[in-house]
Design a protein around this ligand. Structure first.
Ligand code: M6R
Length: 607
């Protein structure tokens, strides 16, 4: 969590840092701050609350003239989200300033050790302990590089940090361990940041830093060292193909809405190059020579976990491969039962989710194969997996994940077809049918989205006073019910619970009342008659029902929301945006902060 950026170069640093922080605000927005060196001293600006509060505080000639500095946007872990705990943090002698993302797990021991040596602390943060530790080491080693290398060997936990020193204007040091950090290489200027959009308007050349790597840079040069042996490491420069617009709102009021509306393009991009129409085959070159697994174990969190649950239905029904799906924060602490020919599938939009990464590390330590399904190029999940399928959703900025899930579903569907094809489970007529529906999906969704938004807006006022909502579905729609409930909770703050419709009668039906409506996913498929019965049980207990359904389906509901009929499971690609739009319109109707919901951050890089 938290976003960090450092700049050194020829342009005014403060606007470049503020611009970068704006694009990192999705990582946390409890407080923000920046620091730079000017006229031989460190200047520090910090404010509680969103970046706007920091901007209002920036004043003074030095703000205009600084050409290097560091910035931070915080998602609080240690200490309240107030100004004192905001980053950057300074050492006792005001020589060094540091911004940090991650958690220093042994900060209490280090704090005690430093306090015993006379160090005093102003904040409650683990990050202040880190800068004081570096200052303490600098006293001893006399070189910042050596002080950093030693300090990195002393701290446990995860970090990405950037540091400046009053004695070395124009220089920046940065390092990472289990938290994201990328280096942006410009002409006469260099950047480090938690994520690429922070410097994308200035450069597209990036270097992905690995764990335990340490950067020293100024405007003209950058060097990466392996911290443990302080040896220079050669790094590859990658060119980023996507452009700045992809990470901007493009005329939409919110990133979330823009990202929902981008889903037709996401479908097209995910399918591009994946279907050999002449041979009627799925192409997943990344998996060439990989044997078809006997089992698949999915590890993921949040929306990516829901995508994994959806993938279970698809892989099992298309390819006949048993799939187990587990929440990463549970999986990582369980005993790993090694089953022959199991493929581990890490699903993550950001590729930086700490729990998913920990699960993936555990699997790799046992020498087992991991396939990453990931959206962010060069992210930790992508780099730590044996093979990667990139999901091609483009940058997702809104904290509530939308288009990333759409891209995950496409890739999981293609994976199911690919394994089915490899196992000869699918005759070419059936494959042809699926592929032609897939190809029609982007245009169909594009045509439907405007009406879907209108219907979502109409309905949300009716349900805005609900005390709580149930989202129910069966089969392939059960994971989507879970996702619909998650979307509503996280941005509208209305309590919602996703349930397998058939499970309601085993307890939760006790909660059904007139102010607890049910959002039912009742689309035409083999289980429709079953869910119809479940809805009658709800109606019999005075529970209002809103049914997402297809034209011509007869069922007992107070409100219908009709979507055109598409074959299963491709119906999901219409159902998902409907659920997203309902949550979006509800949050807008209730006046909530759609893109930056309270207490959340986009990538959860802490445990
Ligand atoms: O980047 P990841 O896909 O690994 O993130 C997983 C979850 O943190 C994420 O999906 C989260 O649940 C979103 N806020 C859901 O909208």
């Amino acid at each position: 969590m938290c976003g960090i950026i450092a700049y050194t170069g020829h342009r005014p640093a403060v606007p470049a840092i503020i611009r970068g922080l704006k694009s990192l605000e999705y990582r946390g927005y409890d407080s923000a701050g920046l620091a730079f060196v000017h006229s031989g001293r460190l200047h520090l600006f910090r404010a509680a609350g969103k970046l706007q509060s920091l901007e209002q505080k920036l004043a003074g000639g030095e703000v205009l003239h600084a050409t290097s500095g560091i910035g931070h946007t915080r998602w609080a872990t240690h200490g309240l989200p107030n100004e004192v705990n905001a980053h950057p943090h300074l050492d006792v002698h005001l020589n060094l300033a540091l911004v940090h993302n991650g958690i220093i797990e042994n900060y209490q021991q280090l704090k005690t050790m430093l306090s015993d040596q006379g160090c005093t602390f102003r904040s409650e943060t683990d990050s202040e302990v880190l800068v004081c530790l570096i200052a303490h080491a600098l006293n001893h080693y006399g070189s910042i590089l050596k002080a950093l290398a030693w300090s990195m060997s002393q701290v446990h936990g995860s970090y990405a940090f950037a540091l400046i020193s009053k004695d070395h204007p124009g220089k920046v040091w940065a390092a990472r361990k289990a938290s994201p950090l990328v280096l942006g290489i410009g002409t006469g200027e260099n950047f480090v940041a938690s994520d690429i959009p922070a410097f994308l308007p200035f450069t597209r050349e990036v270097v992905f830093l690995e764990d335990d790597e340490l950067v020293e840079m100024d405007s003209g040069q950058w060097n990466v060292y392996q911290a443990s042996i302080l040896e220079h490491t050669l790094k590859k420069i990658h060119h980023i193909a996507w452009d700045v617009q992809a990470a901007q709102k493009g005329g939409y009021k919110h990133f979330m809405l823009k990202e929902i509306m981008e889903q037709p393009k996401v479908l097209t991009d995910c399918l591009a190059g994946r279907i050999d129409h002449k041979k009627n085959r799925i192409i997943l070159e990344e998996l060439e020579d990989m044997p078809v697994p006997s089992r698949v174990q999915v590890v993921a969190c949040g929306t990516s976990y829901h995508a994994g649950l959806w993938g279970k239905y698809v892989l099992e029904s298309l390819a006949g491969i048993p799939v187990n799906v587990e929440i990463a924060s549970e999986f990582r602490y369980r005993s790993l039962i090694q089953e022959k020919d199991t493929l581990y599938l890490s699903i993550s939009q950001s590729g930086e989710t700490a729990d998913t990464l920990a699960g993936q590390h555990m699997v790799r330590e046992h020498g087992l194969p991991v396939l990453g399904l990931c959206n962010v190029l060069g992210s930790s999940v992508a780099r730590g997996a044996d093979r990667v399928l990139y999901t091609q959703a483009g940058p997702e900025i809104s904290v509530a994940s939308t288009k990333a899930m759409c891209s995950q579903l496409v890739m999981l569907y293609l994976l199911g077809l690919y394994f089915a094809q490899s196992k000869k489970n699918l005759d070419s007529r059936a494959l042809n049918k699926y592929l032609s529906f897939l190809n029609e999906l982007p245009d169909l969704l594009q045509a439907q989205l405007p009406q879907m938004q209108i219907r979502a807006r109409e309905l949300c006022s009716r349900y805005s006073r609900a005390r709580s909502l149930f989202y129910v579905g069966r089969g392939i729609y059960f994971p989507l019910a879970l996702e619909g409930a998650l979307k509503l909770k996280e941005i509208s703050y209305i309590h919602a619970q996703g349930y397998a419709a058939g499970e309601l009668k085993h307890g939760p039906i006790a909660l059904i009342e007139p102010d607890v409506p049910t959002f039912a996913l009742a689309l035409e498929n083999d289980l429709l008659s079953k869910i119809k019965s479940n809805l009658m049980e709800i109606k019999a207990r005075s529970g209002p029902v809103l049914a997402l359904t297809n034209p011509g389906v007869e069922l007992d509901a107070d409100e219908r929301w009709e979507l055109p009929k598409v074959i299963d499971p491709l119906n999901s690609f219409l159902v998902l945006p409907a659920l997203q739009l309902f949550a979006y319109e509800m949050a807008v109707y209730l006046g909530k902060d759609v893109d930056q919901p309270r207490n959340l951050a986009k990538s959860v890089t802490v445990e």
